[in-house]
Design a protein around this ligand. Structure first.
Ligand code: TMP
Length: 386
């Protein structure tokens, strides 16, 4: 597999970086993960292509997330909030606007600069013990350390736990949300697996990762975002009484078989069936002379395209609203990425909905495509045309 967000130019085709993307579920701690992770510096740097603000719904979601954290946990005077991986500041901006002390720790300088432009204070660094020490020295302990779609990106989970333990105030909380393993297994959404998602967490694996560091899982709140996510709330051991939802989710995961190796064998077979169905569908449409394009050059699409072996002969181009991706080519499969105007100026017969997790938002704005007779190709939970 190539790096999911490493959109490239033809001049870079012959020196593209690939790694072996094999997954495993640990029988001891029940963590689902990528076995060999590419070097994080290959992924998070000054040319990082993903901007949170590219989805209006996610921006609204982060405003709600910020209010939820503030209402539940920021009850002390002059609280201090730290976000790990603040990207372009879409979440922290909500604290900045209320003059709440905050700091975003973000390794990708380009997105951090965008956060600064929105009034968000940032520190360009990877989060770990060193950053935690510096932040605590300069600002005092954090009442809330928050993250979204970030903790699963960081291979050294123990370093995160140590840093969080050091930076957190005694009654502080560590809140993060990520794509949820239970949702991936239920939906067959194998495209959640890519370099940035080193871990796909469950309540079991979060408990097992943080408990040895004195951090206790005190609440879990399911989220509809990213095709099914989970918000985890942790605090120093004994600081809060865990909510009943924690016990309930742990029991539900046992029922779902998330700790049972047979579940992953069945999941692999489902992925293989999905690949066969998607490739079969796209190639038969192409054989009929239909135009097939992709909708949104998501990180997840890199897994689908490379796993299925779909290239420019199958998919004419992928429409995407992110200027940094436009004019480039998809990692590994080298399909052109074009602005949304290329899609709307000449609607294709079919569009593969790579951003299926943003389906509601996309259906709302693409009525003209559907009115033109255009059809969507979906592949989660099953390959289907609609
Ligand atoms: P992600 O799934 O990796 O978070 O990336 C989402 C990508 O989808 C991002 O490049 C922007 C693109 N996108 C569109 O092009 N159109 C849309 O309507 C939406 C919601 C996203």
């Amino acid at each position: 597999m190539p790096i999911a967000n490493a959109f490239l130019t033809p001049a870079q085709f012959d020196r593209e970086y690939f790694y072996e993307m094999a997954t495993a579920s640990c029988p001891a701690c029940h963590t689902f993960q990528i076995v060999d992770q590419p070097d994080p510096r290959q992924m998070f740097h000054e040319h990082y292509a993903f901007f949170t603000r590219s989805s209006k719904r996610m921006v609204a979601h982060f405003a709600d997330y910020a209010v939820w954290v503030a209402d539940q946990f920021l009850k002390e005077a002059d609280p201090f909030v730290v976000e790990i991986g603040c990207n372009d500041g879409a979440m922290l901006e909500n604290f900045a606007k209320r003059s709440i002390r905050h700091l975003g720790i973000e390794p990708s300088a380009n997105v951090a600069a965008e956060a600064e432009r929105h009034g968000v204070r940032t520190k360009v660094a990877f989060f770990g013990m060193q950053a935690a020490r510096e932040v605590r020295e300069g600002n005092g302990p954090a009442d809330a350390i928050i993250a979204a779609n970030v903790i699963c990106h960081i291979p050294d989970i123990n370093e995160i736990a140590r840093g969080v333990g050091h930076l957190l105030a005694d009654r502080g909380v560590f809140v993060f949300e990520e794509p949820y393993l239970g949702a991936m297994i239920e939906k067959g959404s194998y495209d959640q697996i890519y370099d940035e998602h080193v871990f796909i967490f469950s309540a079991h694996s979060v408990h097992n990762a943080f408990q040895p560091h004195g951090l206790e899982l005190i609440d879990v709140v399911p989220q509809a975002t990213h095709g099914g996510s989970m918000r985890y709330v942790l605090a120093k051991q004994g600081a809060y009484e865990p909510a009943p939802a924690v016990r309930q989710l742990l029991a539900r995961e046992q029922e779902l078989g998330l700790n049972d190796p047979a579940t992953y064998d069945a999941f692999r077979e489902r992925c293989e069936r999905s690949r066969k169905a998607l490739v079969g569908l796209v190639r038969s449409l192409r054989a009929e002379g239909k135009r097939v394009v992709g909708y949104a050059a998501t990180s997840k699409s890199t897994t689908v395209l490379n796993y299925c072996g779909l290239g420019p002969a199958d998919i004419e181009f992928i429409s995407d609203t992110t200027p940094l991706k436009q004019g480039k080519f998809t990692p590994g499969t080298h399909i052109p990425v074009r602005p949304h105007e290329d899609f709307s100026a000449n609607f294709p017969d079919y569009a593969v909905l790579f951003a299926w997790n943003h389906e509601a938002e996309i259906m709302e704005k693409e009525t003209k495509f559907m009115d033109s007779g255009g059809k969507w190709i979906k592949f989660v939970p099953e390959v289907a045309v609609s």
